[in-house]
Structures are given as C-alpha cells and as structure tokens.
Design a protein around this ligand. Structure first.
Ligand code: NAP
Length: 338
C-alpha cells in the first residue's frame, strides 16, 4: 500500500532522514565540527553556489556515475567552472551521451563497478590521458533495495559501492598525487552510521555467509566508503593529497530505481517535498573537491557543505576497522591491483 509510513521507510532506507522518519529520539547527533574550516554554505546551497567564482581552468576532475543524479550535476558544474571532467558511465555510450548533454570539456569513459576487469580498463584509459587528476570523485552507486547477489563471491552492493572504487582509486592514486593538490572525495551516506550491522563492517558476512538485509548491506557499503577515506587519509598524511567522505543529503535522483514500484511512485510524486534537488545534492562533493578553505583538510566527514562530528555509536572514524577493511580489500581484489 502506498502510504506515508512506507514512503518514509523508503526515504530512510535510501538516505537516512532521521528527523522526518520517526517519533523516536534520533540515535545520532550531528554538529558542525568547528575545529576544521567552516564555510558559508548549508543544506540549501547548490553546486553552482559553492563553486561560484572558482576558476577550474586547467584542472582535471574524474566523476564516477556521471550519467544520472548527483554525479551528472557534479560533472556539469565542474565543467562549467572550466575543469576537464572525465565522466564515467556503465557503458561508453551512456557516458558519451551524458557528456554530450553539458557544456565544457569532457572525456567519457566506461566503468562498470561490478566488473573489476572494467575497473582496470577504465583506470588504464584514464592513465592514457596522461594528465594529473586534481579531483577524484567516487560517486557512483546503487541504492538500498538492491536484491541479494554475489559478484565474484562478494556481496554485490559492497562490491559496486565500495570495492570497485577501492580498485579504481588505488590505480589512479599516482595521478592524483601528481596534481598540485589532489583531492579524493568519497560519496558516502548517513546510512554508513545510521543503518549498519551492530559490529560495523561484519567481516564474516561479506560473502553472504549469514542473513541478508539490503538496508544494512547498503549502510555497510557506505561505512566502507568512509573507512576507505579514513585509511587513505592516513596513508597520504605526508603528501599534498587529501581524502574526505561526504553525505550528499536526501536527494531526489534515480537512486530509487530498485525500490518496489509503489515506493518509486511515491518518491516521484512527493520526493521533492522533503528531498534536496540534484543541484543541492551535488553541492557538498563539489565544495569538498574545490574549496580553497579545505586544501589541507583530510580524513574528515562532511554533511550539508560542512565538516561534522557524529555523536552516538558509529564506526565512521574507527581506524582499526579501516585498516582491517583495507587489508581485506587488497585480498579481495588480488590480481586487479597494480
Ligand atoms: N540520492 C540520495 O538521496 C543519496 C543519499 C546518500 C548517498 N547517496 C549516494 O550518492 C551517489 C550517487 O547517487 P544518486 O543519488 O545520484 O543516484 P543515481 O541517480 O541512481 O545515480 C547513480 C549513478 O551510479 C551509476 N552506477 C550504478 N551502478 C553502477 C555500476 N554497477 N557501475 C558503475 N556505475 C554504476 C549509475 O549509472 P546508471 O544510471 O547507468 O545505472 C548512475 O550514474 C551514490 O553513491 C549514493 O549512494 C545518494
């Protein structure tokens, strides 16, 4: 039945809209982390607002998942500001079609994150361009209604949202490090702390050994994005390159595509009442990728265009878990890393 409860449940499952979702007290309190630079932007800001006056001529950005939603808008605005944007789509045709819709300099590349051969081929095509990468924006992803599946024996949401990006970023890291001040932006989600297994990453269930709950699987993949960012920031400490993770907000995009039909219809009809527009959804990642205020900020977590602290149980800043995940990811992607 199409009702408010199911719609809200969908919204929460996809993106984590605590305040709108339940009468229970939220388990997490989010506050701006004023130990880090705080900018003038907020949840209403758009990607155009946060990049206004920034000249990206001569800079190169790579945006994964440029064919839809937040990724498309991020590509459009970075190109508008003068960057050469390498936009990835699941096929070359899809990426080319997205690039053709916008003004500016773009290069379309195929990237299917469920196939590590495709990830390596994508990285090789980018390396062939022989340009430093100033902004590596790991944006592509599937939502929380993805049915259970295994890709090379690994749970599919984890593989698509996280492991594919782990392999891609490792291949492209030398190009990011060769930029004047390279930035890696991981697109995570609030679900990475609001809806994860009790233990955080349940390392004994990444191959589908135990029960499957698609909301927890999505949250786990987004926690993995955050932990990847954290460990990478540690490894990059003595370099100019930064690594940060962001939550774009609850955004009206195609992320609902795998939800049951009635929820998709509800999202289409009412999503704009409570969700951000893609222009607003693309703001936080565009801000973190470009703001002069953030040139030395690394290992931070951003929501609504500002660094935030999370109070309440979470694993987003768990360094031991981040290290363990990195080592396991190396094992899982054996043969596909450099
Ligand atoms: N929308 C929200 O409220 C929200 C909230 C929190 C976090 N996020 C995160 O924001 C990011 C962007 O999502 P969105 O809302 O813009 O959703 P979207 O409109 O569905 O866009 C997702 C993008 O990822 C691509 N993609 C999906 N599966 C892929 C795969 N196997 N290999 C390569 N690319 C793949 C899609 O390509 P195709 O179109 O060809 O499938 C599309 O370009 C995701 O990481 C999502 O988890 C979104």
């Amino acid at each position: 039945m199409l009702n408010r409860r199911n719609f809200i449940r969908y919204s929460v499952a996809t993106t984590g809209v605590t305040s709108l979702s339940s009468c229970a007290a939220p388990r997490h309190t989010i506050t701006i982390d004023d130990r880090l630079p705080v900018g003038p932007f907020n949840a209403d800001s758009t990607a155009e607002d946060v990049t206004n006056g920034i000249d990206l001529t001569g800079k190169v950005a790579l945006v994964t998942g440029c064919t839809s939603g937040i990724g498309f808008e991020t590509m459009r605005v970075l190109a508008l500001r003068g960057a050469h944007v390498i936009g990835t789509g699941r096929t070359l045709e899809k990426a080319q079609s997205a690039c053709a819709k916008i003004k500016g300099t773009t290069t379309a590349v195929a990237l299917e994150l469920s196939d590590l051969h495709s990830v390596v081929a994508c990285a090789n095509s980018v390396k062939d361009l022989n340009e430093p990468i100033d902004m590596l924006i790991l944006n592509a992803g599937v939502g929380s209604y993805t049915k259970f599946g295994l890709i090379n024996g690994i749970e599919s949401i984890f593989h698509i949202n996280y492991l594919g990006h782990f392999v891609l970023a490792n291949h492209l890291l030398p190009l990011v490090e060769s930029a004047e001040q390279g930035r890696i932006v991981h697109v995570g989600s609030r679900m990475g702390y609001m809806s994860v297994p009790d233990v955080g990453i349940d390392f004994d269930n990444l191959k589908g050994e135990k029960d499957y709950d698609s909301e927890l699987a999505y949250g786990r993949s987004k926690l993995a994005n955050a932990l990847f960012s954290l460990e990478l920031s540690k490894q990059l400490k003595s370099t100019r390159t930064t690594s940060n993770v962001i939550h774009p907000g609850f955004v009206k995009t195609n992320i609902a595509r795998s939800a049951p039909a009635f929820m998709r219809i509800a999202f289409d009809m009412f999503g704009s009442v409570i969700a951000k527009t893609p222009a607003q959804g693309a703001a936080t990642q565009s801000y973190v990728a470009t703001s002069a205020l953030l040139s030395t900020v690394s290992g931070a977590y951003f929501e609504d265009c500002n660094p935030v602290k999370i109070e309440g149980e979470n694993y987003v800043f768990d360094e031991a878990m981040a290290r363990k995940l990195w080592l396991l990811s190396e094992e899982m992607s054996e043969g596909f890393l450099i």
